[in-house]
Write a protein that binds this ligand. Sequence first.
Ligand code: HEM
Length: 567
Amino acid sequence: MVICCAAVNCSNRQGKGEKRAVSFHRFPLKDSKRLIQWLKAVQRDNWTPTKYSFLCSEHFTKDSFSKRLEDQHRLLKPTAVPSIFHLTEKKRGAGGHGRTRRKTTGAMRGHTSTAAGKATGSSLSSSDNLMAKPETRKLKRAALQGNATPRTTPVVSQEQVQSLERTPGDGLATPLAGNQGEAEVSAAEASQQKASSSADAGGADKSGISMDDFTPLGSGACKFIGSLHSYSFSSKHTRERPSVPREPMDRKRLKRDVEPRCSGNSVAQSPPRSSLTATPQKPSQSPSAPPTDVTPKPAAEAVQSEHSDASPMSINEVILSASGACKLIDSLHSYCFSARQNKSQVCCLREQVEKKNGELKSLRQKVSRSDNQVRKLREKLDELRRASLPYLPYLSGLLPPSQEPPKMNPVVEPLSWMLGTWLSDPPGAGTFPTLQPFQYLEEVHISHVGQPMLNFSFNSFHPDTHKPMHRECGFIRLKPDTNKVAFISAQNTGIVEVEEGEVNGQELCIASHSIAKISFAKEPHVEQITRKFRLNSEGKLEQTVSMATTTQPMTQHLHVTYKKVTP
Ligand code: HEM
């Protein structure tokens, strides 16, 4: 890399001119206040210095320098601010500052220079600026000897100042008390120095080139920014040329690292070297021909080897690039984290759903088992009901509809105490000389429908099996205005009989008047039957049946007490 002066209308560069005549000094990038003063003095619009930007010694007054004790080497004072500039020519743009115009630069070395008079740069005519270079040298020397006074009205663009004032570099790097990162480069000496000597202690060597000149800003923050920038650059480069090997890409970056205005002069391609073993290459000593090599180049390569990218980006660009990279990395981290979190949540939810499904399946099985149990219990209940009250269905079938009951005929009123539904309680007792005593259940229903008679039905059941046994039904009539009663009955055994008697109070005694039977009725045939009904003191209905058969005299066959089950 050729070290060039960044001042407007200054063509000084390393290796040009007399040895030790001109030294080059870095911009105090780490000292923002002083950097602002430098920029105001330089007056380059839309331009931001990099660590490879230099001002030559011709822009500083003599008292800006001190001499090192051991070798009397000229050093720029840490507080020095440049003040000697040629600002009368058309200012350079952001991309360069017109080296070709350097030859036509006038002798006015800053509008406050005593050698140049008190006229401002803007007031000078173009002819005044057309000065021969030797003359310019004289004026330079005069300035270095103190003839030039610092600019009292520095001008700097507001954009530059704001950019610097908000540059994070102020906070990232603590200003150094020493040379603060700017270099003092004696072009002639620097070209002859060995890299080994320049790497001794990181300080300025005899050449005037300090190791700090070519090392990056020494803070971790800067290294961090550099690495992010390297990441951004390499990503960009990979996108553009994904198949290009790494080494060519690095060489390409070396070219970019050179100051734009110097790159056209000479950039010697050399293999990358270590920062501490790099050997400076001897530059061309001819002032007229552009040098084929430059002294600081190995050191610059060392910087590049230490930092993956040393492109001449402005500080703001670096910061913006780093900030963008940080945001991108943060967003990627956030995305990865949220993706992992979402995946974990999905897995967790899936497990919960599977667990709930298992619970639901278990509950459905329980419900199914419960339904079966309920169904079986209902069946059992129905069976128990049938077993306990087998005649209730018949009873319910005999009950009148829920409406106004018919008015009882007065004729049957003497028999009204018989009305109702009655159930045997206790079970009836069966006896006969030819039979073993037995028990039975019986349901009695005696009603009327408004007619002058009562309707009756007697249905007996086996006490254990509830199977139907003897059954009979018929009518009870009263002879009007008498207590004479006729009892007409048909029995399932094939007997049809009429009994007559009298009702006295709540007792009815009747005896068979006529008995008919079917031709195939089972023997022994019944020949006489007597009955007695009464409502006892407990309100229960009692019936006693006696009969005579073809084999047995009149003997009691049945006795049963009923309790009333309807009002
Ligand atoms: C007024 C009504 C009834 C008459 C006229 C009548 C008549 C008879 C006669 C003639 C016998 C045969 C006796 C023998 O073999 O020596 C008999 C037997 C029997 N009766 Fe009655 N009976 C009447 C009501 C009932 C009732 C309400 C029951 C209740 C369940 C009943 C249960 C039996 C039994 C279990 C036998 C023995 C086995 C059989 O022959 O079926 N009877 N009955």
